[in-house]
Each structure stands twice: as C-alpha cells, then as structure tokens.
Design a protein around this ligand. Structure first.
Ligand code: MSP
Length: 516
C-alpha cells in the first residue's frame, strides 16, 4: 500500500556504558508508535535505532568491567537489541558506531567540513564532563563543598588540555538563527525552541571536535594522533545508516529525516551542533527534533547510586507488553517530565484497557458468539444513536493524525479513549441482553454497530498495543490485508455472516498477587 510518501525517524543511539532502563525504553517506544502509525497510514517508513559505542565514557565502563572495549560494546549493544525485540519494536535497522559503514560516513563528513574551511587545528584547554561527553564554560559550572566543579547536569568535570581540531561553530550563529526562523517546527516543544534560540543568541564558541588523550573512537582522516569527538561521531549515525557518503539510494530516499526523537538533555547537540555540521558539509539538516521529558521513579531521580533504575523486561513480565507500551506513552503529556509509579500503571491499565477497551471487546464478541451463531450479525436500518457512535469511531483517525504529527501521544490516545467510553455507554443504553428477548432484529443492529466500532478502535490502537489489537482483529475476522487505515470507514465494513473465532479477553484486570 505504498503512496510514495516516506517518513524517516530515529531514536538517539544509546550509550553502552549502562544497561537499558525505562528512560531508554521510553524514547524507543514513542518512536515505534509513530513508525507503526505512519506505516498504517500508507508511508514507507525508515525507523532507526542503535548504540553509541565510542568515547571516554564507554572506554572507562569497559575498563571497569575488565573487558576489552569492543567485546564490552558487543555485549551491551546486544542488550539494547534484545530490549527492542522484547518490546516488539519495528525498527528497520540497528546501527552501531563501531561498524565500518559508520566509520566511513564519519570520515567522509569530516573531510567535507575540512573542504569547506570549517575545521582548523588548535589546542583545547578547558572543562570536560565525561558523563555528558560535553565541554563546559567555567561560567556554567558550580563549585561544591568538596571543592570540585560540576556541570549543570550534575556531572563532575575535569580539566583537559590537549591538541585539538576545532569546528568553526562561532561562525554559524546567525545562519542557525535564520534556519530556526525559516523552520518554525524544527525544534519542539516550543519551550525547548526558546531555550535553544536564546543559547545561540548569546554567541557560540568554536567547538573542540577531536581528542588525543585516549584511543577509543573514529580516527581523524590524515591525522591518526586524533580521534573524533564522540558527539560528531554519534550524530553522524543518522546518515551512515542511509549509506552516506553514497548520496543515492536510501540517502536520497529518506534524508532529511522527518524526526529525531531525543530526550531534553541532548537537545543542544541535535539542534545546534548537528545542523551546523550538516550545513558546513553541504548537507540538509533534519526537519524536526522533538525533545521529550524525563521520568523519575516513584518521585525520585533515576540514578546508578540510588540503584532505582527499572528494568523494562521485569515490567513486561509483570504487567504485559501492551500494557507497558500503553502506559509509557499515555500517562504523561508528551514533552513534560513524568513520574513512574506502579499504582499509576495499574490504575491506567485497569481503567482504560481492562474495564474500558478489553471489556467492550469481550462483552460484545461473547454476546455475538452466543446469540448470533458466532457470525457477524446482519444489521437493519440504523438509528440516530447508531450513526452517532459510528461517526465517532470513524473520526478517531482524523483526531489522532494531527496529534501524532506534533508528537502529542496523550492527545491521540485520549481521542481513542473517548470512543471506547462512548461505545461502553452505548452498549449499556441499548442493552442488547434485553433486546434479545424483545427485538432480535434490533439486537443484531446494535451488535453490528458495536463490532464495527471495535474494528475501528482495534485498527487505530495497533500502533500503541499491537499484540492485543491484532488479537481483536483476528476475533473480528479482519484479514491482515484489511488492517491499514485505508480500511477504516464504510469500505472495509464487517460483512454479515462472516464466521468468527471463539472470543477471548485481551486485557485481563491486573490484580496484585503480592498485595495483602
Ligand atoms: N549516546 C547519546 C545520544 C547520542 S544520539 C546521536 C545519549 N545516550 S543515553 O543512552 O545516555 O541516552 C539516550 C536517551 O535516553 C536520551 O534521549 C535520554 O534523554 C534518554 N533517557 C535517559 N534517561 C532518561 C529518563 N530517566 N527519562 C527519560 N528519558 C531518559 O545521550
């Protein structure tokens, strides 16, 4: 079902210094929802994720684990791949920055920035935070009681002095400001855009883009005393996965990216450095960078020292994959920070998935199973209430699409929940269990309207809860080919007489077995 429209979206590539936690799961899941939505909406989607494996932070983590850097990266990178698989993530590629295709792309973009006159050799002297892999000016730092300096992120900084290549970032301020002006949707949400614009307006310093004091990175072309700054290396992943420096093929098809999804901590790298590197290399910047908020855990910052990071695998095992996926993108207005509390997860899945959608499906399909010979019933003339519910079901996509184009997942889901609620209200008001005794023709119409509404809800729920939505579509006898958004509306309507398999619940109520 190709429309010739393409959509390229990316997650950040994850540092392999740490094992995956729900913060990483969050970015990836949000992207997976969008990727699935766009595919169902007729786009050819390229969805990229991967791992960021170079730099001092990873080198130190490997040393601490007593492993050679490459062996360490192989192992931890695999755990990010495994998580994507466990979350049923539909990425089209998985890039590792230690792959030859990536190294070739980094060296090619470097050479282009040299050719444009944007790189020069000098010496860096200043502060560096390994945890953030970022340089800081003295004015940004805080001196604490221990006499040491810390970055605004809380990361300790160290003094670095070494020969370094620089990128002439100072020359790019005005061009970046013009680019932001010309592309008002480039940075979202608006609050992040304002932050970036005022940062650039304060004036930019040239950026140190190579290091000589350690070895774990991509060699600078023609000067192998230097390795590239890990952020220049990392950002380039977005084009190395498209086959750059070959500018045909996937690059021609998908670049510039439609969306880089990132956390709020890495906005500056994506909206200042990355477009400047690309423009210097004569390449187009991405169309949009969306910065989401951060999760705390039961009110506390997630941190290694507190040991409170949550392993997504354990949540999936306890609550179910669809339930976990749904909660992550439903609970917090996207863009805001949010708190991960188990009770909120249980409340959300019990109210909206078990009592809401799951119950609607099970009640309706069981009733059809018992009273319509297990076949889609034949509807009679529609009444006003029937038409109102069907119109609401048909309008869901039109409400979801603009919300998701602005990455407002919670708004898109609310549109869907509104119809689930309307359908549950309809079934109570129409009371098919009473009609069974008084007016079986009308009962059949009501059940057909409900089944048709559930078909719409299940098709539009696929990006969020692919497993359960798929099972419901199986139970409605909807073929794989009729599950795209083009099947919504009258054209794909359920055919009376179609035999249906035995219904099964898709969203059991969560009962805490450990609660007293
Ligand atoms: N390697 C860089 C990204 C390079 S992209 C060219 C990096 N990696 S990371 O593993 O530290 O973080 C990856 C993503 O996870 C970031 O978008 C970050 O915001 C996100 N999160 C990490 N902890 C998080 C929370 N507690 N909550 C939400 N997202 C969080 O940065």
């Amino acid at each position: 079902m190709s429309t010739g429209r393409t959509y390229y979206l990316t997650t950040p590539i994850y540092y392999v210094n740490d094992k995956p936690h729900i913060g990483h799961a969050y970015t990836t899941l949000a992207c997976d929802v969008l990727a699935r939505f766009k595919r169902l909406d007729g786009y050819e989607v390229m969805f990229l994720t991967g791992t960021d494996e170079h730099g001092q932070k990873v080198e130190k983590a490997a040393a601490a684990a007593g492993e050679a850097p490459k062996a360490f990266c192989d192992r931890v990178s695999q755990s990010f791949r495994d998580l994507a698989q466990a979350m049923d993530v539909s990425n089209n590629d998985f890039i590792r920055t230690t792959e030859p295709r990536h190294i070739a792309a980094c060296q090619a973009i470097w050479r282009r920035m040299v050719a444009s006159g944007d790189i020069y050799l000098g010496a860096y002297e200043g502060w560096y935070a390994v945890r953030d892999e970022a340089y800081y000016g003295e004015d940004e730092l805080e001196k604490r009681a221990d006499g040491k300096f810390y970055a605004p992120s809380g990361a300790p900084v160290e003094w670095v002095r070494e020969p370094s290549y620089f990128f002439r970032l100072s020359a790019w301020g005005d061009r970046l400001l013009k680019f932001y002006d010309d592309h008002p949707d480039f940075i979202a949400p608006q609050s992040r855009r304002n932050e970036v614009v005022s940062f650039v307006k304060r004036g930019l310093n040239d950026l140190s883009i190579s290091r000589t004091s350690f070895k774990w990175g991509v060699l600078v072309p023609d000067d192998d005393a230097h390795i590239m700054y890990v952020w220049l290396d990392a950002l380039t992943n977005y084009i190395s996965a498209l086959g750059f420096p070959d500018e045909g093929g996937k690059y021609a098809k998908y670049w510039p990216a439609d969306l880089h999804m990132v956390g709020k901590d890495i906005v500056r790298f994506h909206t200042v450095y990355w477009p400047a590197f690309l423009l210097a290399a004569g390449l187009a910047p991405p169309k949009r960078v969306y910065a989401h908020g951060w999760w705390t855990i039961e009110g506390q910052k997630m941190s290694k020292s507190l040991g409170n990071a949550i392993d997504p695998h354990s949540l999936i095992a306890t609550y179910g994959l669809d339930q976990f996926r749904y909660f992550m993108v439903r609970e917090v207005p996207f863009g805001n920070d949010g708190d991960f509390a188990k009770q909120a997860l249980v409340n959300r899945i019990n109210s909206e998935l078990a009592n809401g959608f799951g119950n609607l499906g099970l009640r309706t399909l069981s009733f059809i199973g018992k009273n319509c010979d297990g076949r889609v019933p034949e509807p009679g003339p529609l009444e006003a209430d029937d038409r109102t519910l069907l119109a609401a079901a048909e309008s869901v996509l039109g409400r979801m699409r603009p919300a998701l184009d602005e990455q407002q997942f919670h708004v898109a889901i609310q549109a869907w929940v509104d119809v689930v609620n309307a359908a549950n209200k309809y079934i109570d008001e129409q009371a098919p269990w009473t009609l069974r005794k008084t007016n079986t023709d009308r009962m059949k119409t009501v059940l057909w309207v409900l089944a048709e509404t559930i078909r719409h809800l299940a098709i539009t729920a696929q990006p969020f809860v692919p497993g359960a939505a798929g099972k419901l579509l199986d139970q409605l006898g909807v073929s794989e080919a009729a599950r795209g958004f083009s099947a919504l509306g009258d054209g794909g309507a359920l055919k009376a007489g179609t035999a249906l398999p035995a219904p099964q619940g898709v969203f059991p109520r969560f009962v805490d077995a450990t609660a007293a």
